[in-house]
Write a protein that binds this ligand. Structure first.
Ligand code: 5AD
Ligand code: SF4
Length: 462
């Protein structure tokens, strides 16, 4: 018998992806090997997302399917982790319908995975260990990062904003920032390993550092990361418009490395809805912020998140959102139907004053149609422009095409000469064609020279 193998199925956001890398790192240290599919695994962890009902249903469906695998191989161990594990409703559901699950743990104790797996070995019934609040930030956890030259680094955990629709403050707890020195050391080590594209992560990176002593902010952190040799691109996710300071705008404008892409979730363009969402800004102050960003960083690419059908949203409220979208001209937008979440205030309002489903869907379609038109026009304006892109891999749809990503976080497709391996290289291109969701480009020069001896990896298909 070889080493035991694990498979982690991750739903949700980049924070969850990063948590999965840390779980994988601990399992590697325990002597496990990563399996390429759940069918080959001796341990399967389902890292769940609770942000919308659809994400939950996908995870529950998958957990249900795993019963078959467990029936066929009773030695297989199954664990459920992530944001859904923090909800009482999920635990009750698992106890009732998913007796094949061996372990449930939450977002605050994933560093205890080895101990929890020991407990599973000793105990017949389901092991449930979910902490209601977070302890101290745990440093120096091992991690098994995705292949490539792109890495994600946590800088702040949790969220204190309590937007009235959002479950994250309940599943991820209060804001806890990591020290700049610890983050800097992690990014320096990544640069030494050959990573060149680093994204710093948090539910709300703009409140980074307010809880440290002395207090610091995201601009200070990014300025501290800028000189690290070997790092070409620095990104940050996700921003809250309320805390996006002029100092940060100026820092980005002056930087050689911070990418010119800004994800700035607006959620709605209606002031009464923004107020009820507890977003703490108005349509006017958001537009003012966007104007200041565009002035300081003229080639910025702006993207956003928008929720349609928040309880009580009227046609006039929705028109305000369309108007904001027309004024800002986002490069792209993630658009969501409002989904009521347990324990949030808006879920109670939804019970009293819901927007009918047909109206919600109609508004979503109208919003998407408008945004697609704007995205296409924004992309068309880039034709002829020269840019540097990071080649991510061979297109899944066409082996003669490379998929790359630009400094502005846009997908750029390039003709592929199979004799030349461009994966993980930064190459100069000229944009030749534009579609709603991607650009096409041609390579106009040799790849930029490697900064540090690069890690070797298989050709990823993306
Ligand atoms: N319903 C719909 N969308 C939501 N989001 C967060 N909570 C909800 C909800 N209850 C969206 C927001 C957020 C993104 C990550 O998910 O737009 O920015
Ligand atoms: Fe989903 Fe939010 Fe949890 Fe991320 S933090 S997995 S978006 S609920």
């Amino acid at each position: 018998m070889g080493e035991p193998r694990y498979f982690i199925k991750t739903y949700g956001c980049q924070m969850n992806e990063r948590d999965s890398e840390i779980m994988a790192g601990q399992l590697d240290q325990m002597g496990f090997q990563m399996a390429s599919s759940d069918k080959e695994a001796d341990l399967i962890i389902v890292n769940t997302c609770a942000v919308r009902g659809t994400a939950e249903q996908h995870a529950l469906g998958y957990i249900g399917q795993l019963r078959q695998l467990k029936d066929a191989r009773p030695d297989l161990k199954l664990a459920v982790a992530g944001c859904m594990a923090q909800e009482a409703g999920t635990i009750a559901w698992l106890k009732k319908y998913a007796s094949h699950v061996d372990l449930v743990f939450g977002t605050h104790n994933l560093h205890e995975l080895p101990k929890l797996l020991d407990q599973v070995e000793q105990q017949d019934e389901m092991v449930i260990d979910v902490w209601q609040s977070a302890g101290e930030v745990v440093e120096h956890l091992p991690s098994h990062r995705a292949e490539g030259v792109r890495a994600f680094v946590n800088i702040i955990y949790g969220c204190d904003k309590f937007c009235t629709y959002c479950i994250v403050p309940f599943t991820r707890g209060r804001e806890r920032s990591r020290e700049i020195a610890a983050i800097r050391a992690e990014v320096e080590a990544l640069a030494q390993e050959g990573y060149q594209d680093v994204t710093v992560l948090g539910q709300n990176v703009n409140s980074y550092g307010h809880d440290l002593d002395p207090a610091v902010d995201l601009a200070d952190l990014l300025a501290a990361l800028e000189p690290i040799e070997g790092i070409r691109w620095l990104r940050y996710m996700t921003s809250h418009p309320k805390d996006f300071s002029q100092k940060l705008i100026d820092t980005i404008a002056a930087s050689q490395k911070i990418t010119r892409h800004l994800h700035l979730p607006v959620q709605s363009g209606s002031n009464p809805i923004l107020k009820r969402m507890n977003r703490k800004y108005t349509k006017e102050s958001y537009l003012d912020l966007v104007a200041r960003i565009k002035k300081a960083i003229p080639d910025v690419s702006l993207t956003t998140d928008i929720i349609v059908g928040f309880p009580g949203e009227t046609e006039a409220d929705f028109e305000e959102t369309l108007d904001l979208v027309r004024q800002v001209r986002f490069d792209s937008a993630f658009t969501f139907l409002y989904s009521p979440r347990e324990r949030t205030p808006a879920a109670r309002w939804e019970a009293r004053d819901p927007v009918p489903n047909t109206v919600k869907k109609d508004r979503l379609n109208r919003l998407m149609e408008l945004q697609y038109q704007i995205s296409l026009e924004a992309n068309q304006a880039l034709i002829g422009r020269r840019d540097i892109v990071l080649v991510e891999g061979v297109s899944r749809k066409d082996p003669h095409v490379w998929t790359a990503r630009s400094h502005h976080n846009k997908v750029v497709l390039l003709d592929r000469d199979p004799a030349v391996d461009l994966v993980d290289q930064f190459v100069p291109v000229r944009i030749t064609q534009a579609k709603t969701f991607y650009l096409t480009g041609e390579v106009v020069g040799p790849p930029l020279p490697a900064l540090v001896n690069k890690r070797r990896m298989a050709l990823p298909m993306v």
